[in-house]
Design a protein around this ligand. Structure first.
Ligand code: NAP
Length: 471
């Protein structure tokens, strides 16, 4: 009797711990939606993960303590080490890697369950629904794993080529049909080892095939999609294991990933199908068909640009990927304070896909200490450009390209952009004639009111500070 009571107490403790972990995940995610509360949110979600991991040791019948501890130790050390070392600009591939691991873990859980089913046993949670979800989770998790690994290799620069071949979509569909067939045969049991291996091998292949044909410019959207798929796979496997923390975390990640994917696709004016099945920014997407650019780029000395800025009434700063590369955010904030001291009204305009991941610029500006009330989203600031004396574009390109408004033949036509070209004076900081991520020419750089400040963003902003201070 005592033993039964003890077991009930442990079971209750486990359920309470999972419930607490799930609450921490949800609160953490909510807090991550604002740069002010994001660091707190990450800690809450981390504590939730720790609680969920530790309580798994208390499960009755659990005996694999040594491999479990070793796995947690190795994973923890690797995550700590890579997390500490990663540069802000390499964050997207880091996310791809971690996300892939999540998908792979869900698939591994499914594999263990399916092997049990194959050898005549039952799943942890018996029943047809459980079997269907185990198979679906295995499929989705495996695709998310291999797809994320390819996305990582692409963003890391290990795989530069976009691989496409004639009839690729039909080939992909055939593989998908085959994997569905093998998945179908598994439901109810009675399948062979070979069928199980073929199922996982083909699912791995689908992830690879789906991703090798997508260009680097679309990779963040694809990563976000795989993130959503990983969440779904984890949720399904959570049902199979009857683990509420996994179910809730999976559903939360799955829906957040889906919303983020939609938001990114919308900000780029692309459909998800267009992202997955056309090669934007790779040279064979019609970029060559964009209209010819007339005029020339006119350079300006940063010292002269500093004079215009210091005597301006209002200036809007548009940061982009180049600011992240140059790590110029601290200098940008210093420049802002110098200009404010001179009476200039300075605001920041953030495009939803500026940089290489959503919120990239907000995170950098927050890190530098820029107050949030100076930072505006696209829809809030665009009407202010026509009255701004200066738009200072720092390492941004595609997100301020007026071709999106004017050139119907441009691959970015229709994408919402920041209307920097409408400001009275536009200064653009970039190193040379490099194009943006989409690989197309920027009409803004050729406008009469635009002047180019060539150089690394950090050096040029320093020169602007020196110039403005000297006045
Ligand atoms: P961008 O179009 O990629 O342009 C960045 C510019 O920065 C380049 O033209 C480059 O020109 C300049 N640059 C690079 N290093 C620099 C340095 N050290 N100092 C100064 N300038 C430097 O960037 P963006 O305007 O931020 O646009 C983001 C792009 O990424 C969009 O096409 C967007 O669709 C895509 N994307 C973003 C996300 C997201 O979630 N944020 C997701 C998917 C896709 P030089 O080489 O001449 O210096």
């Amino acid at each position: 009797m005592d033993q039964i009571n003890e077991l009930i107490n442990i079971e209750l403790l486990i359920q309470i711990a999972y419930f607490a972990a799930a609450i921490l995940f949800i609160l953490g995610l909510k807090a991550m939606s604002s740069p002010v509360t994001a660091p707190k949110g990450i800690k809450w979600a981390g504590v939730g993960m720790l609680v969920a991991t530790l309580i798994s040791f208390a499960h009755p019948g659990m005996h694999n303590y040594i491999p479990m501890t070793a796995a947690i130790f190795i994973g923890g050390v690797l995550a700590w080490w890579t997390g500490k070392r990663v540069a802000m600009t390499d964050m997207p591939q880091m996310i791809a890697l971690y996300n892939g691991m999540g998908g792979g873990s869900a698939a591994a859980i499914a594999a263990v369950e399916l092997v049990r089913l194959q050898s005549g046993g039952e799943l942890t949670h018996a029943g047809t629904v459980s079997q269907v979800l185990a198979v679906l989770g295995a499929l989705i998790g495996t695709i998310a794993f291999s797809g994320s690994m390819i996305a990582f290799a692409k963003l890391q620069g290990w795989m530069r080529k976009v691989y496409r071949f004639k009839g690729q979509q039909i080939f992909n569909l055939a593989i998908f049909a085959a994997v569905l067939y093998f998945g179908w045969t598994m439901i109810g049991g009675g399948f062979s080892h070979l069928e199980l291996i073929a199922f996982f091998a083909l699912a791995l292949l689908i992830g690879v095939l789906m991703t090798i044909g997508i260009g680097g410019a679309d990779m963040p959207v694809v990563i976000s999609l795989y993130n959503a798929l990983t969440g779904l796979a984890v949720g399904f496997e959570g049902f199979v294991l009857q683990n509420p923390a996994m179910m809730i975390a999976g559903i939360v990640v799955g829906s957040a990933g889906t919303l983020l994917t939609q938001l990114m696709a919308k900000a780029m004016n692309r459909s998800l199908a267009n992202v997955l099945f056309s090669s934007f920014g790779t040279g064979d997407d019609g970029a060559a068909g964009a209209a010819e650019v007339s005029g020339s780029m006119k350079a300006i000395d940063p010292a002269d640009a500093a004079i215009t800025m210091a005597f301006a009434e209002s200036a809007i700063i548009v940061p982009g990927y180049g600011m992240a590369v140059a790590q110029a955010q601290h200098k940008v904030w210093e420049l802002t304070k110098v200009l404010q001291d001179k009476g200039v009204r300075v605001s920041f305009a953030i495009h939803p896909v500026a940089g290489r991941m959503p919120g990239h610029m907000n995170v950098l500006l927050a890190e530098a200490g820029v107050p949030y009330d100076l930072i505006y989203d696209l829809e809030d600031i665009n009407s202010q450009f026509p009255t701004a004396d200066v738009a200072l574009v720092i390492g941004a390109n595609d997100v301020v390209n007026p071709a999106a408004r004017k050139d119907t033949s441009s691959p970015i036509y229709g994408m919402p952009i920041l209307d920097a070209d409408k400001a009275k004076n536009v200064f653009v900081i970039k190193r040379g004639q490099g194009t943006g991520f989409s690989g197309i020419e920027n009409l803004l750089f050729f406008e009469d009111n635009t002047r180019m400040c060539y150089g690394d963003a950090q050096d040029v902003v320093q020169k602007l500070i020196t110039g403005a201070k000297a006045l």
